[in-house]
Design a protein around this ligand. Structure first.
Ligand SMILES: NC(=O)c1ccc[n+]([C@@H]2O[C@H](COP(=O)([O-])OP(=O)(O)OC[C@H]3O[C@@H](n4cnc5c(N)ncnc54)[C@H](OP(=O)(O)O)[C@@H]3O)[C@@H](O)[C@H]2O)c1
Length: 379
């Protein structure tokens, strides 16, 4: 594999999504710097020792960190470091804390001469059920964000964070910003994640697995918690981030006069797979692929698992699939998505199927369980 000279920096490299992005960048030949905090810094280093092109960077808080040294020579920054609503910790309990993270990253990236910033936002920044245009936002207010409801807080963190970055990019068109706003992200954890997540959450919440916890819950027959199955695979989300970071197009900076048409080209995309998923199917896929789990009585009863949420069909019908699937891809590089390996038996297809997502996620969770067991036996 050819090593590229460009350095890409990934914040939140020890997170579920960040770890996948780092892997895809390394596999594409980039030099990668990735940040982590606390004990996860050492875990990240351990997890990626086999990649000489990776450098782990320790930061305590993305909102206040000094990136001036580590952004030197960096071509693109991918900013994933932010909480999910189930993992709000003391650094992320306010709207401002996360918006400050966005601003700290974009300001310091711009100052360091970084050309591209790719941000992982969330579909919650849009109105529930759409529309999903560049200027469509949820209606969450700052007061609601302060009400103690984690979903309001998350929606506000993402909305106001995105808006702050877009505003910054408008007055600093030298930095090209792309924002991806995915739905629930499922898909496998990369091997080696056990170095980062060294044990199961003692309270059994599995919140450290972020969204993947909702697939893990399918391996618990007592589970009754199912989130809306509007999903996208982590590998596809990461692929989009890598495409955006490596794109040669620079929509924002190509028009420094900031005309109306340039404004319209703000690269903010809702990201979701173009199908409705169901947990009933998911349990059936798991039972077929892992008959031992069924035999051990570990699966949710597929009769009790929710089927297609009919009421959601209309809600996602307004999404412009073509814009999401094609515009970024065509704008950046068609070749990258039609390369061998990105196709399946049905031909060229960008998004993975629900079956692939579910089966690969469960396989990775079983490997993680095994690693946890082995390390606890070794103690
Ligand atoms: N998972 C989903 O379904 C989903 C869907 C849509 C959007 N997203 C977005 O994707 C991004 C990554 O989510 P994820 O699922 O990968 O969650 P994750 O595994 O918890 O990853 C988040 C990463 O950000 C780090 N982080 C959080 N706050 C930080 C702070 N103040 N300073 C420094 N680092 C901080 C975390 O570090 P620690 O582990 O040390 O806390 C972790 O490495 C988030 O922006 C999230 O909003 C996720």
């Amino acid at each position: 594999m050819e090593t590229k000279s460009a350095i890409v920096f990934v914040t939140g490299a020890s997170g579920y999504v960040g770890f996948e992005i780092v892997h895809q960048l390394l596999e594409a030949g980039y030099l990668v710097r990735g940040s982590a905090r606390g004990s996860k810094f050492e875990g990240l280093k351990k997890a990626l020792t086999r990649f000489p092109n990776f450098e782990a960077v320790e930061i305590q808080n993305v909102s206040t960190a000094d990136f001036s040294d580590v952004f030197k020579g960096v071509e693109a920054v991918i900013h994933t470091a932010a909480p999910v609503p189930t993992r709000l910790d003391k650094t992320n309990t306010t709207m401002k804390s996360v918006v400050d993270g966005y601003l700290n990253v974009v300001r310091q990236a711009h100052k360091a001469g970084v050309k591209k910033l790719v941000v992982t936002s969330s579909i919650t920044a849009y109105p529930i059920g759409g529309p999903f245009g560049v200027d469509d936002w949820n209606s969450v207010t700052e007061e609601q964000a302060a009400s103690g409801n984690p979903w309001f807080l998350y929606g506000a963190q993402k909305k106001f964070g995105d808006q702050a970055v877009i505003e910054y990019a408008k007055s600093h068109p030298e930095i090209d910003v792309t924002i991806f706003s995915p739905t629930w992200i499922f898909g496998p954890l990369r091997p080696g994640f056990h170095h980062i997540l060294t044990h199961r959450d003692p309270d059994g919440s599995d919140k450290s697995l972020t969204s993947v916890a909702y697939i893990y819950k399918l391996l618990n027959p007592a589970n009754t918690e199912f989130v809306d199955p509007i999903v996208v695979d982590v590998r596809d989300v990461a692929k989009l981030h890598v495409l955006a970071a490596s794109s040669t197009s620079n929509v924002v900076s190509s028009d420094s006069s900031r005309t109306e048409s340039a404004e319209k080209k703000t690269k903010r995309f809702a990201v979701l797979a173009p199908y409705l998923a169901s947990y009933k199917e998911a349990v059936q896929y798991i039972a077929e692929a892992f008959p031992e789990l069924k035999a051990q009585g570990r699966l949710v009863d597929s009769e009790k698992a929710p089927g297609y949420p009919k009421e959601l069909e209309g809600k996602i019908a307004g999404i412009d699939w073509e814009r999401i699937r094609v515009s970024l891809v065509v704008e950046n590089t068609v070749v990258a998505v039609s390369e061998e390996g990105d196709e399946d038996s049905e031909g060229k297809r960008f998004f993975r199927t629900w079956k692939e997502t579910v089966v690969d996620t469960v396989r990775s969770l079983l490997e993680l369980e095994k690693a946890w067991e082995t390390s606890s036996e070794a103690k």
